[in-house]
Structure formats: structure tokens, C-alpha cells
Design a protein around this ligand. Structure first.
Ligand SMILES: [Zn+2]
Length: 328
């Protein structure tokens, strides 16, 4: 039978966020959050995820009878078939081979499915957001790192154990700086939030004539992509130049990925995407200037539409899809 509601849940390094999603509209009808307290270790965190989801359902007076299952996204490598975490860079003890799905199923008595967090955002944006109705799209989520996801022929690409779609690790400079992944010159080292902040910081430390330092009260820790965007919008030429540079880096990475799959849309999301046209315009310009073998004007570069709810919606839709495959 087709259920009307599924639960989507995001396990983050700081917070657990769960939402109940109406599958007919893709709307989140109720939410519940809790601090992850990851230092307490996987057992306690998993118990807390279970309680958060139980409270989400009971406090909003929904019945478990109309809820088909649960999808949980997590920030790291997962074994999707076993429903286990493989390695989570950002969580203490790294959650090596923790049977997350089975443990939650034992608590909730519903099927539980997993996805990497940015693959979940990709799937949400494709199903009900900026990529709705498009059969082939790429998604880049730019924040502390750069995550990605790929949809081809209306299918989320999860090959090689779900590692397909790690678009932040596309190399744009073979001699570039070391990346957290172990490689060198990945786009993440040039265009992630910390990399953008570092570009602003460098200009201030060099004593260049920019409003960035003053806006940060000359506290270098306060130089963020958000602040550099505000400086650029206020007309600061160095801040504007930084966004041009970042857009060019992203444009080259997007071009490389686009050449492989020929997407109709590229969705840019994550905290840094709040810069809007400051980021999107130079991406589009770079694509147009450098992409010669594929019609760049037929690849739309668009912001995400679902914001913080993209991952929750994506996980609910994913659980619905996996559940219906399992029961057919
Ligand atoms: Zn990398």
C-alpha cells in the first residue's frame, strides 16, 4: 500500500533534525530537533534519533499507521545495502560499521533507509525543489565543505557504494593545495566557506583597501562568506573580485562535471549559496566562456529552493522509494 507520510531525518554533527513529509505535496508538515551530542557516542545518539522521531509523530498527533518509513541522512560514507555507517569524518569515534538502520528499526518498528547528507539534499531538490521535472541534474552544496549529488534519467546515482557524486573533490588544479580527502587541488579547497573566508582574510592582512576588515571590526574570525557578500553588495571592489574568483573556480568544476552527464540543471545550495547572483553570475559567465563542446546556455544554473528542508524531504522521498521497491 502507498503511505501518505514518511519521516525524513538529518543526523548532523551538531543537531538532529526530523520532519514528517506529506508525499502528495512534498511539504514538511511537522518538525522536531535535538542536539546530536555526538561526544556521547553512537549508541546514545541513535537512541536520541529514535526518541526525536517518536516525539515528532506523537506530539503532532499523527498515527504510525499512516507513516510508511524513515529515511536518515548522515555526513559521511555509508554502506547503503547493509544500512551501516562506514566512516563519518566529523563525528567522534567516526562511527565505523555502526548498523544505524537496524538499530533504528528496532526502536521505531518501521523500515529505515540511509543516504549521505548531500545526496539527500540532491534528491529532495530533484523531487520537489529546483530540479523538479528535470531528468538530469547536478547539485552542489557549498558550506564548510562542498558536497554533491547527481541525478541521471530520474535516478539518483549511487554507484561505487554511494560515493558517486562527490563533486566537491573534482580537481581544478593538479598542483593545488592539499584537500581533507587526501588529494590535492579539489574545488573544495578553493570555493568552500572556509576557502572564501581565507580569500577575504588574506586581502585584509595584506592591508588592501577593502571594507571587509572594517565590517569585521578587524576581528579576523568574523570574516565569513556572508560578510564578504555584504561588502560586495555595498560596492566593495575587492569583495566583488573575491566572488568573481570563487564563481570562476566553481564554474570550472561544474563544467567538468557537466561534460560527463550533460545536465539540464545545476542546483547550487548550502550556506554559501546565500550569496546569490554574486556567485551564480560568474559561474554562468565561466561556463559560457569555457564550455565549447556542449551548449552551456542549455544548462541552467539555479539556486536551491528547499533551503534547510531539502535533506529532510529528500530522505522521506528516498524512504518511500526504497520501501515501495522492497514490498513489490
Ligand atoms: Zn578533495
Amino acid at each position: 500500500m502507498a503511505y501518505q507520510y514518511y519521516v525524513g531525518c538529518d543526523l548532523g554533527g551538531t543537531n538532529i533534525k526530523a520532519g514528517l513529509v506529506d508525499m502528495s505535496t512534498g511539504k514538511v508538515v511537522a518538525t522536531k530537533g535535538a542536539p546530536t551530542r555526538s561526544y556521547e557516542g553512537p549508541e546514545k545518539v541513535i537512541t536520541r534519533i529514535g526518541k526525536t522521531i517518536q516525539h515528532l509523530v506523537s506530539e503532532n498527533n499523527y498515527s504510525w499507521d499512516i507513516i510508511g518509513g524513515v529515511g536518515v541522512s548522515a555526513p559521511g560514507r555509508l554502506d547503503l545495502e547493509k544500512g551501516e555507517t562506514v566512516f563519518m569524518t566529523n563525528l567522534p569515534t567516526h562511527w565505523i560499521n555502526i548498523p544505524l538502520a537496524a538499530k533504528l528499526e528496532a526502536i521505531l518498528n518501521k523500515p529505515v533507509f540511509l543516504l549521505n547528507d548531500v545526496r539527500a539534499i540532491t534528491y529532495g531538490e530533484w523531487a520537489f525543489g529546483a530540479g523538479k521535472g528535470v531528468d538530469c541534474m547536478l547539485c552542489f552544496a557549498i558550506g564548510t565543505g562542498i558536497g554533491g549529488g547527481v541525478v541521471i534519467n530520474n535516478q539518483l546515482v549511487l554507484n561505487q557504494g554511494g560515493t558517486a557524486g562527490e563533486l566537491g573533490h573534482i580537481v581544478i588544479d593538479v598542483n593545488g593545495p592539499p584537500c581533507g580527502c587526501g588529494n590535492h587541488g579539489c574545488v573544495e579547497t578553493f570555493a568552500s566557506g572556509p576557502a572564501i573566508a581565507a580569500l577575504g582574510l588574506k586581502r585584509v592582512v595584506q592591508g588592501q583597501a577593502t571594507a571587509i576588515g572594517e565590517m569585521a571590526g578587524y576581528d579576523l574570525n568574523k570574516i565569513t562568506p556572508h560578510l564578504i557578500a555584504k561588502a560586495a553588495e555595498a560596492g566593495d571592489p575587492i569583495a566583488q573580485e573575491i566572488w568573481e574568483t570563487v564563481g570562476e573556480y566553481m564554474g570550472v568544476a561544474i563544467l567538468n562535471a557537466a561534460l560527463v552527464v550533460g545536465p539540464k540543471k545545476v542546483v547550487i545550495t548550502g550556506g554559501v549559496a546565500a550569496a546569490g547572483d554574486l556567485l551564480l553570475k560568474p559561474i554562468r559567465r565561466t561556463m559560457k566562456a569555457r564550455m565549447t563542446v556542449m551548449p552551456a546556455d542549455q544548462i541552467e544554473i539555479v539556486p536551491g529552493e528547499l533551503g534547510d528542508e531539502a535533506g529532510i524531504i529528500g530522505m522521506a522521498v528516498w524512504a518511500s522509494k526504497c520501501g515501495s521497491l522492497g514490498s513489490s
